[in-house]
Design a binder for this molecule. Structure first.
Ligand SMILES: Nc1ncnc2c1ncn2[C@@H]1O[C@H](COP(=O)(O)OP(=O)(O)OP(=O)(O)O)[C@@H](O)[C@H]1O
Length: 607
């Protein structure tokens, strides 16, 4: 896979090189990508100009050996002092030229790193502003690829484009100018192959565009299928489905071979011919020179010097041969980055308000994921300070309901209010100060235990962090860690048990001290000790707050002030435990089913 996918573009790059990508750079995506890059470089114009000037100097000085040869041969004498002077000057010019190229590349890389950092921040900000629904439609692996890989590609483009483009354009001009001074006929001979090659290049490029597109499409599909297969290895093993994934990849490879053949026939081969023509300035100059010699219309020193200059042009074209490939890569990366930068921002309130007492009300709320109606005309009120449990069969809409309260998504119809204020009129920061979440899937990041607890209040004093951890019954296991609160969580806390992660999450919520708390009760705990501690932590967390708890085990919520029973996105019953059992509806059936199951001893209720 790696061979095929990496060799193909680079061959293509060689093929696409010397026409300066003209065939494709005219395509809208590439020109838009280049305009984007130029706009990104604008704030760093000093660096870019220095990089270009240094590349220019490096390119011009790269012809020092040819000029040295010219001066030596035209001197016509073997004066050692004179020759030594020329050799010294050539050496100095070579050293200066290399130094200038190094400075050009170094400065361009500095600019590129700044742009890379800015872009990553801009993407993360755009993702932070957008509604979760947009993110939900994107695979987390795809997001990661854009933020890391595609931004890297753009960085690579910025670091190489200014120096390489400058060298590719300016150095041949210098060579041709010298050749014109030397002999205009030999200058034309040296200029012919690059011009003819560029013409062929553009023609072939246009003709083979379809083959290239089909080829890149299939390479992308193979990449995605392989990534999916790698990600799904554990599941595949469990279900003994390894064969199915491989069959799909095999089928893609069969299509790949067909497309690769037409890619080679329609694009790669013709491009190699164009490339060969483009890089034959030296042989053509030599042949024309010999003809002129034969007719006595040029002397051999002139022909020799002209061939040396033409060789320099060929070398430069060869070194710039990756330009077109780079531009293509930049365009691809830019398209992905732009999708995220353009992520639709969540609407901001026009009359921002701050809730005081924290009752929660849902008024005729509906919400759908694409075509699937997940919440259907839901209405209820939870008075401030009450504990409400949301129960119902799997897929009933419990998680969606609490996500709507946190504005992970905006409702399609109806409204959700806290203290009578529509949550769309509460600023994101205020909403975050009002509602906190303790979810099953606890997000921990690479940082210390203390930093992880302080996620929602980074300025919290150590004392407050430790107090929250104590109340969340997390202090015991933290004390046993090598550096206590300063222990770094490697691999996002992979070494912690599910129960320990839950208690860290509860500590976070306690530290934030929001008046509304949303809990997603974990379905299972590893051991009874953990379960007991988590229950104590939850009892502490719910005290004095308005609480919405998703309950999977009904015994944990039968003391709740209110139980909301959902089914297929609709609220079909609500009330206290005993009333709902007496009503003999869905809740009573769920209750009986769970009671009949041989369940381990359960702790006290949440409420
Ligand atoms: N991101 C999503 N995209 C599309 N459909 C979704 C998405 N998340 C949930 N759904 C669907 O919406 C419906 C409600 O899902 P939700 O997760 O809210 O139910 P739930 O009651 O929390 O289920 P569970 O108890 O199994 O967690 C289900 O039919 C589910 O398949």
């Amino acid at each position: 896979m790696s061979n095929t996918s990496s060799s193909a573009p680079s061959e293509n790059s060689a093929a696409t090189s010397d026409g300066n990508g003209t065939g494709r750079s005219g395509s809208p995506d590439q020109s838009r990508a280049l305009s984007f890059l130029i706009a990104e470089m604008r704030p760093h114009r000093t660096g870019v100009v220095v990089s270009i000037l240094m590349a220019l100097l490096g390119g011009v000085l790269s012809f020092a050996p040819q000029v040295g040869l010219w001066l030596t041969l035209s001197a016509g004498s073997a004066d050692l002092g004179h020759l030594g002077l020329i050799a010294g000057a050539v050496l100095l010019a070579i050293v200066l030229g290399r130094a200038a190229s190094a400075v050009s590349s170094g400065v361009a890389h500095q600019v590129a790193f700044r742009i890379q950092a800015r872009l990553r921040t801009a993407i993360l900000k755009a993702l932070g502003r957008t509604e979760m629904g947009f993110l939900g439609r994107k695979h987390s692996g795809d997001l990661r690829k854009v933020v890391l890989d595609d931004v890297d590609k753009l960085e690579d483009g910025v670091a190489h484009l200014p120096p390489e483009l400058t060298a590719a354009i300016c150095a041949p001009l210098v060579a041709i100018a010298c050749l014109l001074v030397l002999d205009w006929r030999l200058a034309l001979a040296a200029l012919g192959p690059p011009l003819l090659g560029a013409y062929l290049f553009v023609r072939f490029m246009q003709r083979g565009d379809g083959a290239a597109r089909a080829y890149y499409e299939i390479v992308g599909q193979i990449g995605a299928a392989t990534a999916d297969a790698v990600r799904a290895v554990p599941t595949m093993k469990v279900f003994r489905q390894e064969g199915a994934a491989l069959t799909q990849i095999d089928r893609l490879y069969e299509r790949y071979i067909v497309h690769a053949r037409s890619w080679i026939r329609d694009l790669a081969m013709p491009m190699s011919v164009a490339n060969a023509v483009m890089s034959s300035a030296a042989p053509v100059t030599g042949v024309v020179g010999i003809v002129l010699l034969a007719f006595g219309s040029a002397d051999w020193t002139t022909v020799l010097i002209a061939v040396a200059f033409a060789l320099g042009i060929d070398d430069l074209f060869a070194s710039a041969s990756n330009l077109s490939f780079r531009i293509e890569q930049i365009a691809e990366a830019y398209a992905q980055i732009q999708t995220l930068l353009d992520a639709p921002p969540q609407p901001v309130p026009d009359r921002p308000a701050r809730p005081k007492r924290c009752s929660i009300s849902f008024d005729n709320v509906s919400f759908r994921y694409a075509e699937r109606l997940a919440i259907d005309r839901l209405s209820f009120i939870i008075p401030a300070g009450e504990v409400a449990a949301v129960v119902g069969p799997s897929g009933a809409g419990k998680s969606t309901l609490v996500r709507l309260l946190g504005r992970f998504f905006d409702v399609a119809d109806g409204s959700i209010a806290i203290d009578g204020i529509d949550i769309r009129q509460i600023e994101a920061a205020t909403l975050a100060d009002t509602v906190s979440f303790v979810l099953q899937d606890v997000f921990l990041f690479q940082g210390t235990i203390a930093e992880n607890i302080a996620l929602g209040r980074p300025d919290a004093p150590r004392q407050a962090i430790e107090q929250a951890a104590r109340r969340a019954r997390a202090d015991g296991f933290i004390a046993r860690l090598p550096q206590g609160y300063d222990t770094m969580l490697d691999d996002r806390g992979a070494g912690l048990s599910g129960g320990e992660r839950q208690r860290l999450s509860i500590a976070r919520a306690l530290l934030r001290d929001t008046p509304v708390l949303v809990l997603d009760e974990a379905t299972s705990y590893a051991d009874p000790d953990n379960e007991e501690l988590i229950q104590q932590a939850l009892d502490e967390a719910v005290r004095g707050r308005t609480v919405l708890v998703i309950a999977h085990r009904l015994k944990t919520v039968c003391n709740a002030d209110r139980i909301l029973v959902l089914d297929h996105g609709r609220l079909i019953e609500q009330g206290r435990h005993h009333d709902l059992v007496a009503a003999n509806g869905l809740y009573a059936r769920l209750w009986r089913r769970q009671s009949e199951r041989a369940a381990p001893a359960l702790p006290e209720t949440v409420a």
